[in-house]
Write a protein that binds this ligand. Structure first.
Ligand code: GLA
Length: 401
């Protein structure tokens, strides 16, 4: 389970006001919107990327784990080839679309993600029919915890389940990603959907984004007397706003200039970076190359039960994202620095960048002082109160009922 905590009183008050999303709240939302009972309930988790940022679309390695928090979908089949979509987090923005009429650009806003999944399933040749879908989430949106992929994957499993389609999970991840890339127009990699569909409790997922080879690596912070603290900096990020796409394009340009199809083909040792005349492209490529090394080193440490020793790699990743990839933001930099001063072993921004969350690896008995110090620095700056999540590596998406 993932426990969410704000600075104490605020956290409790929020929890009292709004129950966490789960099968009961999703079923109740379904009943309210469609005056019927759902046929089934599916859930997909958000993810934290322990390390390996902006490496997935460069065909490198990533090391995410699934959160306990996620997106729940209550669903039932319906006729006339219609998909009805309703989200408890976007009430008043219900959408009904005709399956036959779905095409990229035909749906806006939050509903583009689920509609994109239906479109991608049909484009892949799966005969998805009509459905009524009610969504509920207990994952903060736009916090770099992959709420979009959790939504897509919960919807993908629900549509496959309702229409009795058996689709291997790596293929389902690729279909959900295609919906996001082509229907929504966000040029993301494969990490988030893979994490939502392939992670296991107590494990991180080492994914080779070139071959698709995936292996589970032990990640049990509590057993090591540690905690993985996610700090939502409350600065929203969006993968559709151009910054993410710009970095992706620069990586492609760097690969082209080096005469390879992706930066995965460049090794750190060979001095290849010196061939890049453009200092910006050189910095971008240097991040990707050094990050590959850090992911593999981190996975090696985890396999040997040395989670504590990964702290420095996390901080080195942040420095690289801040200085070479240039996608960090003031709240993230202050969070990383303050967490370290208060006893964290390492910390880094996570996700696409320009907003979202930070992860800090902390000795369990330093979690409270780290939380207090970070909350204090936000108050000093007059920033919105950060939100804290004790991240526990959890299971991937499943049918709940
Ligand atoms: C977002 C994208 C992922 C990945 C990360 C950065 O989360 O969806 O595919 O590129 O950013 O590592």
């Amino acid at each position: 389970m993932t426990g969410e905590r704000g600075p104490r009183r605020a956290g409790r008050a929020a929890a009292a006001q709004k129950p966490r999303a789960g099968p009961d709240t999703a079923a109740a939302w379904f009943a309210e919107r469609y005056a019927a009972a759902p046929e089934g309930i599916w859930r997909a988790p958000g993810r934290v990327n322990l390390i390996g940022e902006h490496t997935d679309y460069n065909k490198g390695f990533v090391l995410p784990f699934a959160l306990g928090a996620g997106v729940t979908v209550a669903a039932a089949r319906r006729d006339q080839g219609l998909i009805e979509l309703s989200s408890r987090q976007a009430s008043g923005a219900d959408v009904t679309v005709r399956l036959e009429a779905l095409e990229p650009g035909s749906v806006d806003g939050w509903a583009a993600y689920p509609a994109g999944v239906a479109w991608a399933l049909r484009s892949a040749g799966y005969p998805v029919g009509g459905a009524s879908l009610a969504v509920d989430a207990d994952l903060p949106l736009g916090a770099g915890l992959s709420s979009s992929a959790a939504l897509e994957c919960a919807i993908a499993l629900a549509l496959a389940g309702l229409h009795q389609l058996t689709i291997p999970r790596p293929e389902l991840a690729a279909i959900a990603r295609r919906g996001e890339n082509e229907f929504v127009g966000a040029p993301t990699g494969i990490m988030d959907q893979s994490a939502a569909l392939l992670c296991q409790a107590g494990r991180a997922l080492l994914l080779d984004c070139r071959t698709g080879a995936a292996s589970a690596v032990p990640l049990d912070p509590a057993a090591a007397g540690l905690a993985l603290l996610v700090i939502n900096t409350r600065t929203r990020h969006a993968l559709t706003d151009g910054g993410y796409a710009g970095r992706r394009q620069e990586c492609q340009e760097a690969a082209r200039a080096l005469g390879v199809s992706s930066l995965r083909d460049i090794s750190e040792a060979g001095g290849a970076l010196d061939e890049l005349a453009d200092p910006v492209l050189r910095r971008r490529a240097r991040h990707v190359l050094t990050e590959h090394g850090r992911v593999l080193e981190t996975a090696g440490l985890l396999r040997r039960g040395q989670l504590r020793q990964t702290g420095e790699l996390l901080t080195a990743s942040h420095v690289s994202l801040r200085d070479d990839f240039e996608i960090s933001w003031p709240e993230a930099d202050a969070t990383v620095e303050t967490a370290a001063q208060a006893g964290a072993l390492g910390a880094r921004m996570i996700g696409g960048g320009f907003g979202g969350s930070v992860i800090a690896l902390v000795p369990a008995d330093r979690a409270e002082p780290v939380r207090a110090a970070v909350a204090g620095i936000y108050a000093e700056h007059g920033w919105r109160e950060p939100q804290f999540i004790d991240a526990v590596p959890s299971d991937s998406a499943s049918r709940l009922r």
